[in-house]
Design a protein around this ligand. Sequence first.
Ligand SMILES: Nc1ncnc2c1ncn2[C@@H]1O[C@H](COP(=O)(O)OP(=O)(O)O)[C@@H](O)[C@H]1O
Ligand SMILES: [Mg+2]
Length: 184
Amino acid sequence: MRELALNILDIAENSLRAGATLVEIAVQADFLQDKLCISVNDNGKGMSEEMLASVCDPFTTTRTTRKVGMGLPLFKYSAESAGGSFQISSQEGKGTFVAAQYRISHVDRMPLGDFGGVALQLVTMNPHTDFVFTAECGERQGVLDTREVREILGEEIPLGAPEVRAFLRDYIKENLTDIFGGRL
Ligand SMILES: Nc1ncnc2c1ncn2[C@@H]1O[C@H](COP(=O)(O)OP(=O)(O)O)[C@@H](O)[C@H]1O
Ligand SMILES: [Mg+2]
């Protein structure tokens, strides 16, 4: 994975698989402090403490006991190899919170990549899940809350409808350009 956006997609897919009806994704940059924070919060089924303890450490887990994915370990690695850190917390029946921090200027920090494309894909392909995307850079902030968009559109028009999709694509793109200006 050479784009953080793809890491985000993988982490969000975990949330969807966990049955989340609301997924909040934030990308927050602070160039003065040279810090980037990415977080994904969901209200899915969560994980047991035992599961939580093992998800980030696939290599120390006995491979025969369960299938081990790489989404969380890779996300963790992306942060820790870029002067940052990683957190995960989860509660069964409540949800899961995953966050990674990066030093923006670190040579091994992966570029953000097509975060807008990932956001658009998540929103248009998952009609039964709501998303809140937050993009922040210093004073600039943009929020896209699909619950608000649905409210405006009414029940009959899905977010994946061609006109809505085109609108969202442009809206997301313009906002991200405005906020990050391609600096991530
Ligand atoms: N948001 C989440 N909610 C509930 N369980 C999760 C969540 N994220 C990860 N998990 C659990 O941790 C496992 C490992 O996730 P991951 O590292 O992304 O690998 P994979 O998705 O390929 O299994 C998942 O299979 C799932 O059981
Ligand atoms: Mg995964």
